[in-house]
Design a protein around this ligand. Structure first.
Ligand code: GLU
Ligand code: ZN
Length: 312
């Protein structure tokens, strides 16, 4: 399953190797909304998984999409994390500060013929179920006013998720050549997440299961760029009693600061951890300290769980 290998910028490799302690995790929220209960569950899982082994836990703001950013969401996310007792290591990284790195990578992929410009309109792509049919593959379009797509190999990529088990996807048949820079000039999540996870030395990606089907694209990019592959743990999504999944597209108000402790307890239960009754009145920091000491990732359920009550 080796595809053509691309030689990464030397600084990326050196950084990835120098910076290789046992465990570095991260939480990477997108400020297109506030944190909701589902993001709390993901943040908590990644935090506990890192801290339980004395690992580092980094925070990265994935502010790649200014048109969809909700004003004030970045601040609100940081405040919520603080009031819920999370402590991150080092300075917050913002993806909006890394455009030069993304641009350099897109240019190199394009110049090497590994990526190409696509001028397809949304309408032209109607009826392909989101699988890009390769219309512009050999068109030789210029990059202005065009999206840039990465060519994918006709191969299956698979990995073993710590909770979800074996996951496999055929990139050619199930995804198609995917966008790494949008037509409006903004960079795609897939590109930025792979570059930044490697740059920050992330060893373990713990995140929501809505991103399970993005992982094979990320594995391909890692392979292409010669970057190390992190371990993966995808936590189950939370389903509202009304059937809504708590995910990116679901708008919800900020998590209430005065409910931190009870919501942390609910998040722990959603992760399969058994919280003893006496902790019900504990402060967020006490709860987290207890949870770090008792974290057992093997108890995380594989299936989506129902929130006990409508959360909004
Ligand atoms: N920024 C992504 C989100 O909020 C998460 C990215 C990741 O954890 O890989 O859904
Ligand atoms: Zn096209």
């Amino acid at each position: 399953m080796r595809a053509k290998t691309f030689i990464p910028a030397a600084h990326v490799l050196v950084f990835a190797r120098m910076n290789a302690p046992a465990y570095i995790g991260r939480f990477a929220p997108t400020p297109s909304g506030y944190l909701h209960f589902g993001s709390l569950v993901a943040a908590l899982a990644s935090y506990l998984d890192a801290r339980a082994v004395g690992g580092r836990w980094l925070l990265r703001m994935e502010d790649l999409d200014p048109p969809r950013e909700v004003p004030g969401a970045q601040d609100a996310i940081l405040k919520t994390l603080e009031s819920y007792g999370f402590e991150w290591d080092g300075a917050l990284v913002r993806q909006s500060a890394r455009h030069a790195e993304y641009q350099a990578l897109v240019e190199r992929l394009f110049n090497q013929g590994l990526a190409y410009a696509c001028t397809c309109s949304r309408k032209q792509l109607d009826g392909y179920q989101g699988i890009y049919p390769g219309l512009c593959r050999d068109a030789g379009h210029a990059t202005q006013n065009a999206a840039i797509r990465l060519r994918v190999p006709e191969l299956s990529y698979h990995f073993s998720d710590r909770v979800q088990g074996e996951y496999r996807q055929h990139l050619g048949r199930e995804v198609g050549d995917f966008v790494i820079r949008r037509r409006d000039g903004f960079y795609a999540y897939q590109l930025a997440v792979v570059l930044d996870d490697a740059w920050q030395g992330i060893t373990d990606v713990v995140r929501g299961a809505d991103l399970l089907d993005s992982t094979p694209r990320q594995l391909y990019l890692q392979e292409l760029l010669g970057l190390p592959q992190p371990r993966y743990l995808h936590v189950p999504l939370i389903i509202q009693p009304d059937g809504h999944k708590l995910g990116k597209s679901y708008r919800s108000p900020p998590l209430p600061a005065d409910q931190a402790a009870p919501l942390l307890v609910r998040a722990l239960r959603a992760l399969g951890q058994t919280v003893p009754q006496p902790l019900d009145g504990a402060r967020p920091s006490e709860l987290l300290a207890w949870a770090i000491g008792h974290w057992d990732a093997t108890l995380i359920p594989r299936r989506p769980s129902l929130a006990e009550a409508q959360l909004r």
